[in-house]
Design a protein around this ligand. Structure first.
Ligand code: ATP
Length: 353
């Protein structure tokens, strides 16, 4: 890696040398274990890039190391090995900084631990800014409360807010100091479905307007598919994929990623051949909307279950030992026990598992 020495920023490590040519955030071979009754390897040999002005979502099953990765990026945890670089400079670890956490980043955690429950919304947000310029303090607080649609809650105590409102205050509090990076751990789990999309859109508008970089951890990949420019997929502490959501969805590198992103049908060669797919690949991925059904008394499959989901239905069909999930428009009348024919619209081959 080429290096040039220029004046280090205020948030840096003594004697560090800037690595040039890196994206905004670069993780190199990061590992971190925790000692308990049984030592746990939370993340192992993670290398990744996060681009400026983009939304990156870290996804993975529970315990796969998502929060650990986020805390390593921020500098809240010391890696056992490897490093994180921000604009080419190494992110100080908690032993190297009086108040842990990189100065250019702010983190919103799951529990709203940072919010002062008995203070009002305005004070929670404004208190982040110094009193040296009171006019700027007033204007910035006012602007971010409006931006996050919580200006009408200014005088309300945090204790009296809903989970979704608290989440918006926590984000306003993090953004009022105009960080370059916003880190969010499960940002939408307090927000019900109808408000989730508005909050996601509001964050995307802030990203577009300000060039903010967002890194978020999500339990529910489906919710971030539309939001993220990049998905980083973790499994048991290892990075298994990093790419654009649409690409990972259409061409998942493995069945783990496919299952995280959709309730995929994962078929072996024999099952694939029963659907008329001739392949040399060991595994075939078929997302439920990549199949279509039609009623056919001579069809091989029969319907074993129908889950009504509003504008679509999830239909479970079976033929001998092969069970499949199919997404069908609710406009189509189906009933349990019906014989059906199946058409494969699209499939994805995986060579190595
Ligand atoms: N402070 C800690 N002490 C001991 N073990 C820890 C600690 N923090 C994390 N771990 C362990 O490290 C592993 C990864 O945890 P992490 O919280 O990063 O996963 P996660 O993917 O964010 O999980 P979840 O989705 O359930 O929040 C887990 O096995 C967890 O129990």
């Amino acid at each position: 890696m080429a290096s040039i020495s220029i004046n280090p920023p205020s948030c840096s490590v003594p004697n560090d040398v800037q690595h040039v040519g890196l994206p905004l955030i670069h993780g190199e071979n990061l590992s971190r274990s925790f000692q308990g009754k049984e030592p746990v390897v939370a993340v192992s040999s993670l290398s990744f890039d996060i681009n400026e002005g983009e939304v990156t979502a870290i996804i993975g099953e529970s315990g796969s190391g998502k929060s650990t990765m986020l805390r390593l990026i921020y500098g809240l945890l010391e890696p056992d090995g490897g490093e994180v670089r921000y604009r080419g400079w190494r992110v100080p670890n908690p032993r190297e900084k009086l108040i842990p956490g990189h100065d250019a980043m702010r983190m919103v955690s799951q529990g709203f631990d940072d919010l002062n429950t008995y203070a009002n919304v305005w004070d929670n947000v404004a208190s982040q800014l110094p009193n040296t310029d009171l006019e700027a303090k007033f204007n910035k607080t006012n602007a971010i409360l409006h931006r996050l649609r919580i200006a009408h809650l200014t005088k309300q105590r945090i204790a009296d807010l809903s989970g979704g409102e608290k989440q918006r205050v926590a984000i306003a509090r993090a953004l009022v100091k105009e960080p370059e990076v916003l880190l969010m751990d499960e940002p939408f789990n307090q927000v019900d479905a109808s408000f989730r999309e508005t909050l996601q859109q509001d964050i995307l508008h802030i990203v577009e307007e300000t060039g903010l970089t967002v890194v978020l951890v999500s339990h529910d990949p489906a919710e971030v598919l539309a939001m993220a420019d990049q998905l980083i997929v973790l499994r048991a502490g290892h990075l298994v994929a990093a790419n654009a959501p649409a690409l990972l969805y259409r061409q998942p590198p493995d069945s783990y990623t496919a299952r995280l992103l959709a309730k995929s049908n994962i078929l072996n060669q024999a099952a694939a051949s029963a659907l008329g797919i001739k392949t040399a690949a060991s595994t075939i991925i078929i997302h439920p909307e990549w199949l279509s059904l039609r009623e056919s008394p001579s069809g091989d499959f029969h319907i074993v279950d129908i889950q009504f989901k509003g504008f679509y239905q999830v239909v479970a069909i079976q033929h001998a030992s092969i069970g499949l999930q199919v997404i069908v428009s609710s406009a189509i009348d189906l009933r349990q026990g019906m014989q059906v024919g199946v058409r494969v619209i699209r499939f994805h081959e995986i060579e190595v598992q």
